[in-house]
Design a protein around this ligand. Structure first.
Ligand SMILES: NC(=O)c1ccc[n+]([C@@H]2O[C@H](COP(=O)([O-])OP(=O)(O)OC[C@H]3O[C@@H](n4cnc5c(N)ncnc54)[C@H](OP(=O)(O)O)[C@@H]3O)[C@@H](O)[C@H]2O)c1
Length: 245
């Protein structure tokens, strides 16, 4: 589908990757962008409509559904990462919070907006996943669990929404240069510019693809998961063992 003339809703659009999505949509000629945020800032461009939207609050989602009936692109970008190992004391609580935003928030947005997308010709949903949708990094394992689950939500939504002509994209990336990655990545880890992730996603929407590997790390990990899953598992064990010494 075309980005030019589209009406998009981006969750978590106030900073980080969500802001890059809004900027890339503007640059690509979107007609209107609903910029969802828990505390929406003012907008510099008249095509950007600030929208109060916490994806864990059903009242916010219902208000967005009623207000944004012209949307034909939904970008589920909002996410949290609490940097919790799987067996540490707060892991269940961390996982609940991450699941609430990354999985149930995404699911609730899809459920609310699927009928709107159908009415507007099918459109597209892009869900922001991660390379850790495919393997588990032990230092943020509860987040990995949420991104695995978000991949299942994405795949299932694609199957169910095909009949109404909605394209459902899974977008994968390694470290992206935002606040989230600065909490986890070592200083010398390469980080992908958010603009690149946003632009590759928009290209994926134009081309009608289902999976967007938005950076080099995701391309390499996609190959490793398929060609050498045991090697990947060993490298995670090694990373864990090294930190215990
Ligand atoms: N950074 C990475 O390395 C990386 C890699 C792969 C995938 N991702 C994914 O990319 C997406 C964007 O992450 P980012 O790197 O831009 O992270 P970020 O800089 O931490 O920004 C997260 C965004 O999500 C919003 N958010 C959090 N909880 C929300 C809620 N309940 N309702 C609505 N919005 C909420 C935040 O809003 P507030 O300002 O109100 O907190 C913020 O706008 C996430 O889904 C993340 O998992 C990130």
């Amino acid at each position: 589908m075309h980005i030019e003339g589209s009406v998009a809703l981006v969750t978590g659009a106030n900073r980080g990757l969500g802001k890059a999505y809004a900027d890339a949509l503007l640059a690509a000629g979107a007609k209107k962008i609903y910029a969802g945020a828990r505390q929406p800032p003012g907008a510099a461009d008249s095509r950007v409509i600030p929208l109060k939207l916490d994806v864990t609050l059903s009242a916010d989602i219902e208000a967005a559904r009623q207000r944004c009936g012209d949307v034909n692109i939904l970008i589920n970008n909002a996410g949290i990462m609490l940097k919790t190992t799987m067996l540490s004391e707060p892991s269940a609580e961390s996982m609940r919070r991450e699941m609430n935003v990354n999985v149930f928030g995404t699911l609730a947005m899809i459920q609310a907006f699927a009928p709107i997308l159908a009415k507007n010709g099918g459109g597209a949903i892009a869900n922001m996943l991660s390379v850790v949708s495919w393997f588990t990094y032990p230092f943020n394992a509860t987040y990995c669990a949420s991104k695995h689950a978000a991949l299942a939500v994405t795949d299932a939504a694609r199957i169910q929404l095909k009949a109404q002509g909605t394209q459902v994209l899974a977008v994968y990336a390694g470290f992206i240069d935002t606040d989230m990655a600065s909490e986890l990545a070592d200083g010398d880890e390469p980080k992908t510019p958010p603009r690149q992730v946003a632009e590759r996603t928009l290209q994926g929407i134009r081309e009608g693809v289902h999976h967007v590997r938005a950076d080099k790390r995701s391309e390499e990990t996609w190959d490793s998961v398929r060609k050498d899953p045991e090697g990947l598992e060993k490298s995670m064990q090694q990373a864990w063992d090294n930190r215990q010494q």
